[in-house]
Design a binder for this molecule. Sequence first.
Ligand SMILES: [Zn+2]
Length: 358
Amino acid sequence: MTPSFFLDAHLDLALNALEWNRDLTRPIAEIRAAEAGMRDKAGRGRGTVCLPEMRRSRVGLAVVTQLARVNPNEGRNPVSVWQSPAQAWAMTQGQWAWYRALEEAGEIKMIATKADLEKHVVLWEKEETSVIGCILSLEGADSLITVGHLERAYAQGLRAVGPAHYGPGRYAHGTRSVGGLPAQGRELLSEMDRLGMALDVTHLSDDCFWEALKSFSGPVWASHSNCRALVPDQRQLSDDQIRALLERDAVIGAAMDGWMIVPDWVQGETTSEERDLRLEHLVEHIDHICQIAGNARHVGLGSDLDGGFGGEQSPRDLDTIADVRRLTDLLQARGWSAEDLNQFAYGNFLRALRRALP
Ligand SMILES: [Zn+2]
């Protein structure tokens, strides 16, 4: 049984277009060939995401990011780290302009309201479109020059914010950093509440995670997070965090980055070939969340397959994003019902999006 379509809750399409200079409208073989011999970033020539491959696997909806960090003291990184908020804001505005250009070209459709969403879902269910619906999310809020810039971004269609990314941020502490929300971060959360936006808790430091859940009252999700119980790292969700998310009826997106799937992975050294990384390993994380929840209503796809890595760091039985359907095959083999498979493929995150859109 193949679900009628997939919803991927985390892709960094614009980052790939603007920082990695990938034309995602082209076939994957062309994108890979254009990068032959390039060594500037990990995963060059081994990309797994482009629009034709998304269509092939019927990824008809995706939460896509704008993303730019600010930290004058940090060096080279797969994601540009800017010297000032104004530069980061300009980068996210460029990313927005790229999404708009793709929309004007008929490749994608920006989804900013519940009405847009429902119309789009029907088209995919009836197989009457190949246009990919995109909901905008900001990964790391550093680029908001002031809290007031959030309303401008909202007017452009931004509907969710993950306040942090890696390390310390201007609005929250991110992955592997320590500390609670600064005053500016608390202001940001109340502005998100006022605008009716969703909070993405992925990448928050532990203190920020708990403070944000307490002070924010709107819809919550974790777009691309796996389980700390299986791969110990602060980047992952602890069982207590998972329980707290379930209390908010949140959905957790399964991420396909190798080091988040199996333990003792050395980033930049270990490869999926030598570890024999398989989608089956990711199923363990999905199952772990379902065991805690007692149902399959809180899991979904948040592949992050274009988040700064390629085939060297994603499951071997996945050549491109078109192979996500193998994940539902594996779940089916474990006895999942057709209803649960559909909930995993798109239904659960659809429920979350319905709450987050005006
Ligand atoms: Zn991320």
